[in-house]
Ligand binder design. Structure first.
Ligand code: IMP
Length: 434
């Protein structure tokens, strides 16, 4: 069975959770490979709401394994709470169902304090991070001074590293004018305890995945955030601190790139963005408010209202290129019902200059305005639609135009929040392995 990667093709919050949930039914293992608890989705099972930030929702399916790869940054408290909540609800009965990479880096309390203190100091130039300590943790990883899950399991090593890192974090926090009233002994004890809680799951995840692939298991790689938030390929510096693109599914989990058989991008039928940064197709008026209201566009992690806009095919074409997308799944098409006309950003204008590909220079991009193509809308409700030819003609024309301009085929369309409210045109698990 092939291995499939699901990636956000925009700025995150594309509705990946629903497709991951749908595809999980056909996978044996679901893998997170980057990001941390800056991501999040709410899953409703049996009428009960569970919010998961770190563990893939595949954990709710008995018999499926979930892997948190080396590329993820793990807040051990958040992970321990998710495990406890899942167990309290009768999930994760078998500890073998969850694998946590020994090499994943740990978000420590000072990383969160630094994230918030730095943002506060930046004023108007702030990135609008989720405040979860993601950036400072990746920074320590790249600077080769981070703490990894394996360090939580070795008390002497943990004590040494905590002493060293805490002292330097205190210095920086003091410089930033932030207080950090955490006692070293208490912090150490707490993390030794967290290490004990997480120990049953901590493994060589790369080896575990290698064996799973060898034994014919099928893997689903679940991307977090989106392509335009990638630290290399996004709208830097208004990005997250990890590589969100498909290539990182290999690096962030320890499998070779040849194991990635199919790459699927997820895009809303319009667009949204949380936090600061350029967004040429943003709608600042009533249409944007309507998209926010109808689409329920408020962050799952922070509750912040999302910025909203029309779909941008320059951004999608870029996502097709940097991820090597094999197909695109469109979400929330139903939200567009009732708009008299629907626009597609097909180019940018920046002063006298016109662009038909995303400019790589941020300052240019910040001054760009979208140039639109306008298509007629539709009034029919879409929730009951299950087949492509049942969609209103105007909706099909819209999707066909998006696919043509983005240079990718549409493999699925979501017309409502429910798992069943989906039109599947091509099943990525039913293609041959590479
Ligand atoms: P950080 O990942 O918390 O450092 O935040 C950096 C940027 O990425 C900010 O603009 C956040 O709003 C954005 N971001 C982080 N995680 C998500 C997500 O899951 N969805 C959408 N935006 C996100």
């Amino acid at each position: 069975m092939p291995n499939v990667v699901v990636i956000g093709a925009q700025w995150g919050d594309e509705g990946k959770g629903k497709f991951v949930d749908l595809l999980t039914q056909q996978a044996d293992v679901v893998v997170r490979f980057q990001g941390g608890n800056n991501a999040g989705h709410t899953v409703v099972v049996g009428g009960e709401k569970t919010v998961l930030h770190l563990i893939p929702s595949g954990i709710l399916h008995p018999g499926k394994a979930c892997v948190i790869g080396n590329g993820v940054v793990v807040d051990p408290e958040v992970l321990a709470d998710e495990i406890a909540e899942l167990k309290a609800r009768g999930f994760l009965k078998d500890d073998e169902q969850l694998v946590l990479s020994l090499d994943a880096h740990v978000i420590m309390p000072w990383h969160k304090a630094l994230d918030i203190a730095r943002e506060n100091r930046m004023g108007a130039g702030k990135i609008g991070t989720t405040g979860r300590g993601i950036g400072p943790t990746y920074e320590d990883k790249v600077a080769r001074r981070g703490l990894r899950i394996r360090d939580l399991l070795d008390e002497a090593r943990l004590a040494r590293k905590v002493k060293e890192r805490l002292a330097s974090a205190r210095e920086e926090l003091a410089r930033l004018g932030a207080s950090f009233d955490v006692e070293e002994a208490a912090l150490l004890k707490k993390h030794i305890d967290l290490g004990r809680t997480l120990a049953p799951y901590a493994k060589d995840a790369s080896l575990w995945l290698h064996r799973a692939i060898k034994s014919g298991k099928s893997l689903l790689f679940e991307g977090a955030q989106g392509t335009l938030l990638d630290v290399d390929h996004g709208t830097y510096p208004f990005v997250t601190s990890s590589n969100t693109v498909a290539g990182n599914a290999a690096c962030g989990s320890g499998v070779g790139p040849t194991a990635l058989d199919r790459i699927i991008g997820i895009s809303k039928a319009y667009s949204t963005r949380v936090g600061s940064g350029p967004y040429p197709s943003e709608l600042m008026e009533a249409t944007g408010d309507r998209l926010r209201q109808v689409g329920g566009e408020y962050g799952a992690t922070t509750g912040r209202p999302r910025r909203t806009g029309w779909i941008d095919v320059l951004a999608l074409r870029y996502a097709v290129r940097v991820n090597g997308l094999d197909g695109l799944a469109i979400t929330k098409l139903d939200v567009l019902t009732g708009f008299p006309e629907i626009k597609i950003a097909i180019g940018y204008k920046c002063g006298e200059r016109n662009f038909d590909e995303m400019p790589s220079d941020l300052e240019t991009l910040e001054r760009c305005e979208a140039v639109y193509e306008t298509l007629p809308g539709w009034t029919e409700k879409l929730e009951g639609v299950r087949r492509w030819d049942e969609l209103p003609k105007a909706a099909r024309t819209y999707l066909e135009r998006v696919a043509q301009l983005a240079g990718v085929k549409i493999v699925a369309v979501s017309v409502g929040a429910d798992r069943g409210e989906t039109i599947v045109l091509e099943n990525p698990f039913q293609v041959p392995r590479r």
